[in-house]
Design a protein around this ligand. Structure first.
Ligand SMILES: Cc1cc2nc3c(=O)[nH]c(=O)nc-3n(C[C@H](O)[C@H](O)[C@H](O)COP(=O)(O)O)c2cc1C
Length: 186
């Protein structure tokens, strides 16, 4: 029987009504049959302190263990001041440390993001892709899922209603699964 691809997803926002969390919730419903997606909340990860990198907080240990157990990573990120939100880069800094114990090493990764603005998190996503080089993650290039004016695409219950965006997220997941299998040599 074909092995299921386990994906760990997280959003770079702690906001209760986060649009990026809503994209991740939509992804949970769109995941292909040969994959499983688990959403992990970054809530509770403290600001990075290198003095503690060898004895990280429990939440960081849990995050690193989940990353290591996953076959692939899915990141939903907003954009803050034209770059990555602090909450996301902070969590990734913890997970990449101490030097030589980078939990992301060699993981396939896909990115999506939503903004109330016009450029759909493009700048944040390209900055994230730059970090993938040092983290030695293996990013999926296509499709690029950048959702502008997201407030028009989510209903009052936080559900993604826009059909085109759903299709893009579905395509992203299918491609991430085949990318992961390809890297595995399956
Ligand atoms: C500090 C801050 C900086 C922001 N900077 C940008 C930005 O550079 N580009 C952009 O498109 N939106 C920016 N926004 C708007 C966010 O896209 C918007 O708040 C979005 O809803 C945040 O994502 P979330 O809904 O997942 O929490 C900014 C918002 C905040 C709070």
């Amino acid at each position: 029987m074909e092995k299921i691809v386990n994906i760990l997803g997280f959003a770079g926002s702690l906001r209760k009504d986060s649009y990026n969390k809503a994209l991740l919730r939509a992804a949970l419903e769109l995941v292909p049959k040969d994959a499983k997606l688990e959403a992990f909340s970054l809530e509770g990860i403290p600001p990075f302190n290198q003095d503690l990198e060898n004895q990280p907080p429990e939440k960081v240990k849990e995050f690193k263990a989940k990353i290591r157990a996953a076959d692939a990573i899915l990141i939903a990120t907003p954009e803050a001041n034209y770059t990555l939100p602090g909450v996301l880069i902070n969590a990734m800094n913890w997970a990449s440390r101490p030097y030589g114990d980078n939990a992301f090493d060699g993981k396939p990764v896909a990115v999506m993001g939503a903004t109330i603005g016009m450029l759909g998190t493009a700048r944040a996503q390209y900055h994230l892709r730059q970090s993938f080089v040092f983290l030695n993650m293996i990013p999926l290039n296509q499709p690029e899922v950048m959702v502008p004016f997201v407030q028009e695409k989510i209903d009052k219950n936080g559900r993604l209603t826009d059909q085109k965006t759903k299709e893009k997220i579905g395509e992203l997941l299918v491609n991430l699964v085949s990318w992961t299998k390809r890297l595995r040599g399956a």
